[in-house]
Design a protein around this ligand. Structure first.
Ligand code: VGL
Ligand code: ZN
Length: 204
């Protein structure tokens, strides 16, 4: 069985948001059209406490987008984003949500960031996503969402490592940086993830 995994389609990652992904809104009509092709649709939601240590604001003398060390892990310092309970953390109002069966929240521990929908960046805590997909009989995972070079990328890697057949929907993702996207895609191809345009699904 196939599942569509919608990664972090939240206001803060859309134009006007705190960590806006260029053209992030362009994926929403595509994702809305795709949902009916799947028996299961699940979503992830970046969900940080206000003092999350991935925020540059929590470090003295550090700038946004600077790279630092956070509890032994390399950490990009982000603008405050997706703070629990704020408008920025909400899914886009344009996103069709009625078919989303489950939402997996991540980034709740202030001491560790969590790009993947499956595990935190230190791979210490499991969100339960892999187990939930397996319990429902899912064997193939299709990924769409934001950002292509961070949360979609790391979710695709983990899905592949968890033994699913993984498809990264190239036109249903947008990246923070073009350079990061190139590296992310090359790495995914090397790991056996399939990069496909979403229209191949609409023709089936
Ligand atoms: C993300 C940076 C920080 C993402 C989340 O959803 O790609 N990126 N938090
Ligand atoms: Zn985040």
């Amino acid at each position: 069985m196939r599942a569509l995994l919608l990664i972090d389609i939240q206001n803060d990652f859309l134009p006007g948001g705190a960590l806006a992904v260029p053209e992030g809104d362009a994926i929403i009509p595509i994702v809305n059209r795709l949902q009916s092709q799947f028996e299961l649709v699940v979503a992830t939601q970046d969900w940080h406490p206000p003092q999350h240590k991935s925020f540059a604001s929590q470090h003295e003398d550090k700038n946004v987008f600077e790279v630092t060390d956070l509890n032994g892990l390399e950490q990009v310092l982000w603008p405050d984003h997706c703070v629990q309970g704020t408008f920025g953390a909400e899914f886009s109002a344009e996103l069709e949500q009625n078919r989303i069966e489950a939402i997996f929240r991540k980034g709740t521990d202030p001491e560790v960031d969590s790009y993947s929908g499956f595990f935190d960046n230190g791979r210490r805590k499991d969100t339960g996503l892999a187990g939930s997909l397996r319990a429902k009989g899912v064997t193939e995972v299709y990924l769409a969402g934001l950002a292509a070079d961070f949360c979609v990328y790391f979710s695709a890697r983990d899905a592949q490592a968890e033994g699913f057949k993984v498809y990264y929907l190239e036109d249903a993702v947008r990246a923070i940086s073009a350079e990061g996207l190139g590296k992310a895609k090359a790495d995914l191809v090397e790991r056996g993830v399939q990069l496909i345009p979403s229209h191949t699904l609409l023709l089936q």
